[in-house]
Every structure is written in C-alpha cells, then in structure tokens.
Design a protein around this ligand. Sequence first.
Ligand SMILES: Cc1cc2nc3c(=O)[nH]c(=O)nc-3n(C[C@H](O)[C@H](O)[C@H](O)COP(=O)(O)O)c2cc1C
Length: 370
Amino acid sequence: MNRNAAAILRRAAFRMDPERAHEAALRALKAGGPMLAAGAGWMTRRDATVGQRLMGLEFPSPVGLAAGYDKYGRAVRAWGRLGFGFAEIGTVTARPQPGNPKPRLFRLPDDEAIVNRMGFNNDGAAVTARRIADARHGAGAGIPIAVNIGKSKVTPLERAADDHLASFRLLRGVADMVVVNVSSPNTPGLRELQDRDHLTAILGALRDEDASMRRYDDRVPMPFLVKLAPDLPDAQIEDAVDLAGELGLAGVVLTNTTISREGLRNPDAPGASEQGGLSGPPVRQRAAAAVRVAARRAAGQLVIVGVGGIMDADDAWDRMAGGASLVEVWTGLVYRGPSIARDITVGLMQRMQDEGVSHISELIGSALEA
Ligand SMILES: Cc1cc2nc3c(=O)[nH]c(=O)nc-3n(C[C@H](O)[C@H](O)[C@H](O)COP(=O)(O)O)c2cc1C
C-alpha cells in the first residue's frame, strides 16, 4: 500500500466510530495476510544493525506492537510482515469476558491521543491459545510473540495468582515471553496488584509453575516481564524493579496508559473527560521518565521495554537512549498509520548512521551515563 492510499484510508477510518474502525483495521490485516507477505520486503526493513538477541530471542527490530491492539490474537501473522520486531497479544484473561459497555474508546485528534476503558474484552486463554497456535503453525509469525495476561474481572484480588496461573498453563506453549499486566486502569482494583506482596504472589507462582512444567518438556525458561503504570511514584517503580530482579524476571514494560489528564493541548476535547486511560503524546514525558528510573535501578540486569507516546524515530531513539532495549507503539499506529514500525526502524537506522552508532545496542542507556 502506498502512502497516499494509506492516508485516504486513515481519513475514512477517522470518520468511523473508533472501535469499529479498529475492528475493520484488524479484519483488513488478517485478510490481507498474503498481500502483506508479498510486500514484506518493503515493509520489513531487516538490517543487522538494529537486530538484537535478548532473553534468548531474536528481535529483528526493536519496535514492537503494544498490548491491547490485537487482544484476541486475530492478526498474529500480520505484525512481522508490517515490520514489527515483536508483538504483544492480549491482554488475555483466564475466562472470556466482554469488557465494559460501549462506547469505551475515544479519539482526541488535537493531541493525537486516545482515551480507552475497554476493560479487557477478550476470548479467554483457551480460545486465544488455540488461535495463536494456528497462526504460529507452519510459516508462523516470524517474530517473537509475547502474550500479555491479566486478572479476570470476576476474580477477587486475593485469587489473582490462581487466575494468572490458569491463563499461563493454557498459553505457555504458544508464547515466547509473558507480560503480566497489573497496570490497566480499567479493571477495578487491578493496579493494587503492583504492590510487592501481590507481585510476589503472582510472579512467584508463574515462575514456579514454569519450572515445574519444564521438568516434563525441553523448553527454555519462560521470560516473564511485568507491565507498570505511569502513575506510580518513582520509589514504587524502583521497588518493582528490585523485586523483578529478586524474582528472576526477564524485564519490565513501562508504561501503560495514565489516569492523569495533564499535558493535553486540548483538555476540552470530547473524550478528554471520559473515564479511562490516556495514551499517545500526552503520556510520553512520564513514560520516558519511568524508563529512566527503571533503567538506572536495573543497571543492565533487566530488559526494559519502553512504551507510551512513541510516534516517530526520534521518540524511539530518546526512549532507547534512556535505557529501553525495546519499544512499543499503540496510539502511533492509529495516527501515523500501518507503516509506523517500518518508518521508525528506518529512521533509527538513518540516525545511527548520522551519529556514527554502528549497532543499536550502543544507543541503549547512552543518555544515562552523562
Ligand atoms: C484502546 C487501547 C487498549 C489497550 N489495551 C491494553 C491491554 O489490553 N493490555 C495492556 O497491557 N495495555 C493495553 N493498552 C496500553 C498500551 O499497550 C500502551 O501501554 C499505552 O497505550 C501507551 O502506549 P501508546 O502511547 O503508544 O499508545 C491499551 C491501549 C489502548 C489505546
């Protein structure tokens, strides 16, 4: 698809209800799989200078798809073909659930932002696992696939570990890595799971389950990551990073959407006052700061995944210089279109050349040393 066609489609999509536009985009991506495969040479700008081996996995680009775009695992094969270096499917809960009543997704075009209160609408772990397994069969996804899991709404907080375990048992066989989402603002009480005791119970249980299942198969240890909210104070981010180290996790994902409405250019826009999490450029500064806090604390011992307001290569560059080994986009895909992963990857390569950086790994954390 050339840029003009993409721009025309985007304008049409912006006249549609946001959630219907999203569904249509996913359907098109799924149906357009073979076409995307043919065009993959253009979309996927593979280059050794931006490839990394992390957590035992090969990432052809540091630019990934953030959780919540492909909640149902409907377009697993499309993401690599669109130039993403990895994709997070989910959030998936142990049981299927419908999410919150519609409308629950709002565009704030003056800010290139989104407010959402989807509430983990998904098909549940069993169905999603089957769908991902089908997609990975044969040619597969071609990129690492992370599965993001979260607590079912009906499960009380004190049973959260069991709920995550149930999802993990079903999804372990189809995931290259698992992200535990304790930071969505749209499931009541969920973010309380970011405290030390709850995190220890959930992640300790998952890690032990993985170890016990590995006695019966040949799999390598599952890389576990935890996804945090931008609204946490720095001290709590540091505490979560310490805990991630103690529990032997692979990394942290920072950040989810924010409940704050600070930094909006147009705070009076319809949608701005809706309940839910805000994403896009207004969360950029806080998400970037959270990455720097986490990276300093982790001192190279954890993989930091940076997400929140990354719209172009300069945003990705800054986030990586601040300590993120990988970055993800969600809102950027809506406002900048389906070539965003390719555009960011190529932009990173160009800037590396301009600044004499021979491999992307040299960039990571470079702004922290100063
Ligand atoms: C409509 C919508 C749904 C989302 N659903 C999820 C989700 O299910 N799980 C999750 O961990 N994050 C979810 N997110 C958060 C994104 O993964 C990301 O952390 C956040 O939007 C910040 O990145 P961005 O500014 O690039 O959008 C969702 C975001 C949006 C906009």
